[in-house]
Design a protein around this ligand. Structure first.
Ligand SMILES: [Zn+2]
Length: 471
């Protein structure tokens, strides 16, 4: 498809959870699946926004006349989540992370933050609104297809998590929805780009780059469901359609392609659609209007002065760090592996080859998992123990995997058990072995030696010695 000719316009909105406590109370931001011990029922009504009108999306939800059940935990949910107590002060840590992201995206930061309420009537918020605040605007990021403007960076609270539903026995339609409050209030950074994206490939690149920038801070949540991408697309003479729920960034071009083909066949309405794994999209709800925002009066405006902004340090980009490791001679996969696992080589200064150090940090834990099916999170001390012993020549490279296997199996490590066999002793043993087993091949002899001395002898030396006596 010729996206230029179609006057294709596209922007992305990314929501990323931060690794902090909740935004307006100090409850932990952990999702739980153990049985809840508090539960309340509510019904919600749509109210007019600042402009005096009821939002069309709010009306769409109200017309379903649903009942909502909220589940919480007495030790990790407080009355702020139940909307029975006003919000506490804004989480300073979450604000600082958002300011760092603004700096990384070249945004102008506002002088004063005004918390706003955004009407939400699908029940995913006990209060019927979501608190959100504009922090930065007017930024940009570079892609290989050109610059993409950053329209806004907002900090907001995540919604409650939908965990179940009850159907009406009469109509078989949804009668009641069950939400869990563990997710409600987790800080979310929302980044909205300008509609500068010119084709689906650039859209994927922009989403990937934004994700990389967010992860570079080291302060965002990792795992499934912690980052959500919405893509807004339109073409000449059409309307804006928002697509939600991309499971995998790789599918972005295919899904956009499919959506534009759909739009070319019909008269497009402004609406929100969900991305399907097969590349198609499905109608979710009408596009929300602008009439759903009004000021939050329970939280005072927050002044962002120059001193606060200057104090916010900007992290090095993951992509730059990977390049730096590649320049040191590591291959791209190992470089990426180090950064992905959160290791900084500067913290591991040993008189050893950096390829060996990196292998131990990145590849050995993976080997233990795949080869021995052992699930174990190795700690800093495990790595230091092995690297120190290697540096002091107390162990050989070949014993490293055995030590990690023993750690993973919960054994107490005594380095003496892994100390290398003395060269002259090894030579004597090999001489006897070869003489006794004249019929065995080189490979079989090597097998015998490694069986006896696995990890405690240098493989190369053993094979040289076998060759020496085999003739
Ligand atoms: Zn709370």
């Amino acid at each position: 498809m010729d996206y230029n000719k179609l006057k294709f316009k596209c922007g992305i909105e990314i929501h990323q959870q931060l690794e902090t406590n909740k935004l307006f109370c100090s409850c932990p931001s952990k999702l739980r699946n153990d049985p809840h011990d508090i539960s309340i029922k509510r019904r919600l009504r749509s109210v007019p926004g600042e402009g005096g009108e009821i939002d069309i999306a709010a009306k769409h939800e109200r017309d379903k006349e649903l009942e909502f059940t909220y589940e919480g935990y007495s030790d990790s949910t407080c009355s702020v989540e139940f909307d029975e107590e006003p919000p506490h002060d804004l989480n300073k840590n979450a604000l600082e992370i958002t300011l760092e992201i603004c700096k990384m995206l070249n945004c102008d930061v506002v002088n004063e933050i005004q918390v706003m309420r955004k009407t939400v009537v699908n029940g995913s918020n006990t209060s019927g609104f979501q608190r959100t605040m504009l922090v930065g605007q007017g930024g940009y990021l570079e892609t290989s297809h050109g610059r993409v403007g950053i329209d806004s960076v907002c900090l907001e609270e995540d919604s409650a998590r939908r965990v179940g539903k009850i159907l009406s026995t009469k109509t078989n339609k949804e009668k009641s929805i069950i939400y869990r409050l563990d997710r409600l209030g987790i800080p979310l950074v929302e980044i909205a780009t300008c509609p500068d994206i010119k084709n689906p490939t650039q859209c994927k690149e922009t989403a990937e780059k934004l994700g990389m920038i967010l992860r570079s801070t080291g302060k965002v949540k990792r795992g499934i469901g912690v980052i959500r991408q919405d893509v807004n697309v339109s073409i000449k003479n059409g309307e804006r359609v928002e697509i939600k729920g991309f499971q995998d960034l790789k599918n972005i071009p295919k899904i956009i392609d499919g959506e534009i083909k759909r739009q070319l066949k019909i008269k497009v309405k402004p609406e929100v659609r969900g991305a399907n794994p097969d590349g198609t999209t499905t109608f979710m709800r009408p596009m929300p209007g602008a009439s759903r925002m009004y000021p939050e009066t329970d939280v005072k405006p927050i002044i962002i002065d120059k001193r606060l902004l200057d104090e916010v340090k900007v992290s090095e980009l993951i992509d730059n760090k990977i390049l730096e490791y590649e320049k040191l001679g590591l291959n791209p996969s190992l470089s990426r592996g180090l950064v992905k696992a959160g290791f900084n080589l500067d913290d591991y200064q040993y008189n050893l080859d950096i390829k060996l150090i990196s292998n131990i940090l990145v590849e050995i834990p993976k080997d233990i998992k795949s080869r021995y099916k052992l699930e174990h999170e190795f700690c800093e001390n495990d790595f230091r123990l092995v690297l120190n012993a290697l540096e002091l020549k107390k162990i050989t490279k070949d014993s490293v995997i055995n030590i990690f296997k023993d750690i993973a199996e919960g054994r107490k490590i005594n380095l003496k058990n892994y100390s290398p066999v003395d060269d002259s002793k090894l030579e004597k043993e090999i001489k006897t072995l070869v003489e006794k087993n004249k019929d065995l091949s080189m490979g079989a002899l090597m097998g015998e030696v490694m069986k006896k001395y696995s990890g405690k002898v240098d493989g190369k030396l053993a094979s040289t010695l076998i060759a020496k006596y085999k003739i």
